[in-house]
Design a protein around this ligand. Structure first.
Ligand SMILES: Cc1cc2nc3c(=O)[nH]c(=O)nc-3n(C[C@H](O)[C@H](O)[C@H](O)COP(=O)(O)O)c2cc1C
Length: 335
C-alpha cells in the first residue's frame, strides 16, 4: 500500500508537527484539507497531550499524527549552567526580568505514549532520537504507524532497523530544530540527503526542508519521496498558533534571512536571524533542555511585550515564500 493511502491523505503532503505552534484548529484544518495533520506534542504533559488529541478528534474524523520529542540524558556541570545563565543576564536586565532561577521542565514521554495508546491515535512520529525497544513494541502491537526523523543516512538506517514504518529525511533547509541524534551534527541539504536515504532504506521516505512550492514538492516526489512534510509554508496560516509578531516576521522575511543557532534551546535550530541570536553567538550555551529552560522567561516576556528581537522565530530557508491565509488557501499553491 502506498504511503499516501496508508496515512489516509488525499495529497502527498504532511503538515509538519510544530511544537508550540500547532493548534487543534490547525491540525484539523490540515487533515480536512487533504494533508496528514500532525500535533507537535513535544512540550506537552501527558494530560495536555490527551486533551489536545481529543480537541482534534472533535474537529475531524480524519487520521492525524502525534509527534513526540524522544528524551535524552544530559548532565551539564554547575559551572556550565552558571556561565550559560550569566550570558543571558544582560538580556534579562533589558527586559526587566529579575529572577535567573532555572526551573527544569518535566518531560512526560512515557505518559504521552500512554495517552496516544488510550486515545486511539493511529500515527505517531518522533524527533531527537528513537524510543526504547519496549515502547516501539507496545505502539506497534496497537497497530500504530511509526515515523522517525533522520538528518543523515546513518540515522535513517537506525530508524528502519528500530522498526519505524517510514522516516522523515530532514534537510538542512528545514525550519525549527534539527532532529539529529547520532554523532557529530551534520547539515546536509535535502537535495543531497533525500536520494541518499531513499537508496539506503526500504521504508517510505518523507522529504522535509524548504518545500514551499508545487515544483519543489514534485521534484522531491520524483526523487523517490513517498510524501513531503511542510512547516514554514503554513506557519503564518490563520489556524497557526504562532504569535502575531512571529507571523508578521514570516510574511515580511527576505531571502537569506535565516540561520542555525543553539542559543535558544541548546539544540541546533533554524530561525529568522534576530538580536538574540547575534548577541549570543560567542556565549556559553547549556545543552538541551537546560538552555531551553534558561531562556523560557526571556521568550515569554519578549512575546508579551512585543519584542521579536528576543523571540525564537523558527523558519526554514524558503520563508520568503510564505504567505498568509487559511490552511486551505495556502495548500492551493501545492495543488
Ligand atoms: C516552528 C517550527 C516548529 C517545529 N517543531 C517540530 C516538532 O515539534 N517536531 C518535529 O519533528 N519537527 C518540528 N519542526 C520541523 C518540521 O517537522 C520540519 O522538518 C520542517 O518544518 C520542514 O522544513 P520547512 O519548515 O522549511 O518546511 C518544526 C519546524 C518549525 C518551523
Amino acid at each position: 500500500m502506498s504511503l499516501i493511502k496508508r496515512l489516509g491523505m488525499e495529497l502527498p503532503i504532511i503538515q509538519a508537527p510544530m511544537a508550540g505552534v500547532t493548534t487543534p484548529e490547525f491540525v484539523a484544518a490540515s487533515a480536512e484539507a487533504g494533508m496528514l495533520g500532525s500535533i507537535g506534542a513535544g512540550y506537552l504533559s501527558k494530560e495536555e497531550t490527551r486533551t489536545f488529541i481529543r480537541d482534534v478528534q472533535k474537529r475531524t474524523k480524519k487520521p492525524f499524527a502525534v509527534n513526540l520529542f524522544v528524551p535524552e540524558q544530559v548532565e551539564p556541570s554547575e559551572e556550565q549552567l552558571h556561565q550559560a545563565s550569566q550570558a543571558l543576564q544582560p538580556i534579562r536586565n533589558e527586559l526587566g526580568i529579575s529572577s535567573e532561577l532555572l526551573t527544569l521542565s518535566k518531560h512526560e514521554f512515557d505518559g504521552q505514549v500512554q495517552a496516544i495508546l488510550e486515545e486511539g491515535v493511529t500515527i505517531c512520529s518522533f524527533t531527537f532520537g528513537l524510543p526504547e525497544e519496549k515502547i516501539i513494541r507496545r505502539l506497534k502491537e496497537a497497530g500504530i504507524f511509526l515515523i522517525g526523523t533522520a538528518t543523515t543516512v546513518e540515522e535513517a538506517i537506525l530508524a528502519e532497523d528500530a522498526g519505524m514504518d517510514a522516516v522523515v529525511a530532514q534537510g538542512s533547509e528545514a525550519g525549527g530544530h534539527r532532529g539529529s541524534f547520532l554523532g557529530d551534527i551534520k547539515f546536509i541539504s535535502l537535495v543531497e540527503l533525500l536520494p541518499a536515504i531513499v537508496s539506503a532504506v526500504d521504508i517510505p521516505v518523507i522529504a522535509a526542508g524548504g518545500i514551499a512550492t508545487k515544483e519543489l514538492m514534485n521534484r522531491m516526489l520524483d526523487a523517490g519521496a513517498g510524501a513531503v512534510q511542510i512547516g514554514t509554508a503554513l506557519l503564518a496560516s490563520d489556524e497557526s498558533g504562532a504569535h502575531p509578531l512571529y507571523k508578521r516576521a514570516i510574511v515580511e522575511a527576505e531571502e537569506g534571512c535565516t540561520a542555525l543557532t543553539t542559543a535558544f534551546s541548546g539544540k541546533f535550530a533554524r530561525g529568522i536571524r534576530n538580536r538574540f541570536m547575534e548577541e549570543m553567538q560567542e556565549a556559553v550555551i547549556a545543552p538541551y533542555p537546560y538552555q531551553n529552560d534558561l531562556t523560557k522567561e526571556i521568550r515569554k516576556v519578549a512575546a508579551s511585550e512585543g519584542k521579536p528581537a528576543f523571540m525564537s522565530l523558527w523558519a526554514g530557508e524558503s520563508v520568503h515564500l510564505s504567505r498568509e491565509g487559511s490552511v486551505r488557501d495556502l495548500l492551493n499553491h501545492f495543488s
